[in-house]
Design a protein around this ligand. Structure first.
Ligand code: PGA
Length: 249
């Protein structure tokens, strides 16, 4: 079971980041037997946070799609690796909204894999229409993101299903466990069409979007997710701890 805390563009100071990391690391230690806790930290905090983590796994938030040194303002996969980053979120809807496209996502995934960093690919539709177009948009995101990714690298990939309409403070509503389950089955099918049944079953599929301490376990027990990607609530160590407790049973 995987639990990712996505800190997004928070907290404001390195001191706050260290304190939050320490609190969450204690939680990770407590549930270590059944739960992998990943902390997706803004890159500027990764250096100080790395020193505070013993049980949680340092995770990045998007890297450069290019390998060219003349890329001012960007972070390479090699840099991320040198800070001990083991996983990296790619294709988050908030990054897509700022211009991250399928080609960039595909290149980022290849750059990460080349350096042994595990990509967490976020996919999700902008809206749920009644014709089922949302299914084809998610299929397309997966196919484009994994284009050229070889079979032997698939075991390093995690997918997070994050319906855009359910993410963040502007979300319309949280997904229902049955919407989550439907999509998880669908994503498995898309993967299995590309890589075959056996390999696609090794890919953890998580749910993300307005997860809190009250609804978390429903996505696991009823929604059949292999874990959760939590945004806002991951900045509150106590509530994040309750999520960890509820899904590590
Ligand atoms: P949220 O964010 O939990 O605040 O909706 C989810 C995410 O960033 O993936």
């Amino acid at each position: 079971m995987i639990l990712i805390g996505n800190w997004k563009m928070a907290p404001d100071t390195s001191v706050q980041a260290i304190n939050l990391a320490k609190k969450i690391d204690k939680i990770s230690k407590k549930y270590k037997k059944n739960l992998k806790v990943l902390l997706a930290v803004p890159f500027i905090h990764t250096g100080v946070v790395a020193k505070s983590l013993k049980s949680s796994i340092l995770t990045g938030q998007s890297i450069s799609s290019s390998k060219v040194v003349a890329s001012t303002g960007s972070i390479s996969a090699s840099m991320a690796r040198s800070y001990g980053i083991k996983y990296c979120i790619v294709g988050h809807s908030e990054s897509r909204a700022r211009g991250e496209d399928d080609k960039s996502i595909n290149n980022q995934i290849k750059n990460l894999l080349e350096k042994g960093i595990k990509p967490v690919l976020c996919v999700g539709e902008k809206e749920r229409d009644t014709h089922g177009w949302y299914l084809s948009s998610v299929k397309e995101q997966i196919e484009n993101a994994l284009s050229g990714v070889q079979k032997n690298s698939l075991k390093l990939v995690t997918i997070a299903y994050e319906p855009v309409w359910a993410i963040g403070s502007n979300s319309i509503r949280v997904a229902t466990p049955s919407e989550c389950q439907e999509m998880i089955i669908f994503i498995k099918k898309v993967l299995s069409d590309i890589y075959g049944d056996k390999l696609s079953n090794t890919v953890p599929i998580l749910y993300g979007g307005s997860v809190d301490e009250k609804n978390a376990s429903d996505f696991i027990d009823l929604g059949r997710a292999d874990g959760l990607l939590v945004g806002r609530v991951s900045l509150d160590a106590d509530k994040f701890g309750e999520i960890a407790k509820s899904i590590s049973k």
